[in-house]
Design a binder for this molecule. Structure first.
Ligand code: GLV
Ligand code: MG
Length: 360
């Protein structure tokens, strides 16, 4: 067993010291692009200011005969682009593939100074994170990098879900975890054929009406249920317990912007900080959903101001506030401050709503 005292020691001589806290940088949308597709790569400089995270995808959706082109395309794009304060992430190939070693051996020396996070697919347990952790440390030391590249795991196998707590706590390098509903559905042998979202067959039905109202012959409304509730809740708890960030992953039906927004919002309300965007149409959805509403921010700021040192209880508009609601309001207000610091338009919207709330 590794001593707790050694947990924050670099795993290779000369590698940068591990971070103690995950940097709280906005990551409402992790926007995927195929770096081997020249048309898509050419759009990266104009996309960068519109998103919080740009991710060069090397894994699924990149055909086997284009893996190398995608890897080299990412090197070229990363070198040529000024990302400003937008983060650059990559999704490497899975650890059981023949491509992943070359992904890391190429990317760290070539663009390690620009890469913020490496997303690792199909993580099954702490052993997968330990493998990447040590390898990254060796490569960072060799490349003379001054800051560690962080690691993000995709939760997309049944074994991974069973081990989600140990994955979240496997290394100080862990930045967060995303739900991967498509691979997870396959791994669990779920009978769906979609990328995220619900299914009309997964429902509950109202009881039959009393005989006086038509009995069993009266229509019985049904309510579709969320296939992902259990996994997202487990993932959120594991991440919160280990001080890392949870994300909803992909929503594959690009046309269905309404259901996409619903799925993203469920994840936001349960504690997730962002989701993947697979198409430019999903960028605005993620931005809207994962930025707290101006009304909620104004309310949170009002409660915080009224609660003073955060102890005791006050009544505001007939609603009881105490230490626990104060803490909830801090979550909303701190997130709003972090987003506003990067987005002057949002800062003004929040300020206007706060002025309105104060004037009430
Ligand atoms: C994402 O990679 C997924 O499998 O849903
Ligand atoms: Mg997947």
């Amino acid at each position: 067993m590794r001593s707790a005292k050694d947990f924050f020691r670099p795993l290779a001589v000369g590698a940068p010291a591990p971070v103690r806290e995950v940097p709280l940088r906005p990551s409402r949308m992790i926007h995927f692009f195929d770096p081997g597709n020249e048309k898509m790569a050419a759009k990266v400089p104009s996309l960068a200011p519109q998103v919080d995270v740009l991710l060069g995808n090397l894994e699924d959706a990149v055909p086997a005969d284009r893996k190398e082109a995608a890897r080299l395309g990412l090197v070229k794009t990363a070198r040529a682009t000024d990302f400003g304060d937008t983060q650059l992430w990559t999704r490497i190939n899975s650890l059981d593939s023949p491509w992943v070693l070359d992904d890391l051996l190429t990317l760290v020396p070539e663009i390690g100074d620009k890469l913020d996070v490496v997303m690792v697919p199909k993580v099954e347990g702490a052993q997968d994170i330990h493998y990447v952790d040590r390898l990254l440390a060796q490569l960072e030391a060799k490349a003379g990098l001054g800051r560690p590249i962080l690691v993000h795991a995709i939760l997309e196998t049944a074994t991974g879900v069973a081990n989600v707590e140990e994955i979240a706590g496997a290394s100080p390098r862990m930045q967060g975890i995303s739900l991967g509903p498509a691979d997870l559905a396959a791994s669990r042998r779920m009978k769906t054929t979609r990328v995220g979202g619900g299914h009309p067959g997964y429902l509950v039905r109202a009881d039959p009406a009393p005989a006086a109202d038509g009995g069993a012959d009266a229509p019985r409304p049904t309510f579709q249920q969320d296939l992902w509730h259990y996994t997202i809740a487990r993932m959120v708890d594991a991440c919160a317990a280990h001080g890392i960030l949870p994300y909803y992953g992909p929503f594959g039906d690009i046309q269905d912007v309404t259901a996409c927004e619903d799925q993203f919002r469920n994840a936001f309300l349960l504690g997730c900080v962002g989701a993947w965007s697979l198409h430019p149409a999903q960028i605005a959805i993620a931005k809207r959903v994962f930025s707290p509403s101006p009304q909620d921010v104004a309310w949170a700021r009002r409660v915080i101001a009224a609660m003073g040192d955060g102890t005791g209880a006050v009544m505001i508009d007939g609603k009881m506030q105490d230490d626990a609601t104060y803490k909830q309001c801090l979550v909303v207000a701190d997130l709003a401050d972090a987003l506003a610091a990067r987005d002057p338009e949002l800062a003004e919207v929040y300020a206007a709503a706060t002025r309105e709330e104060d004037a009430r």
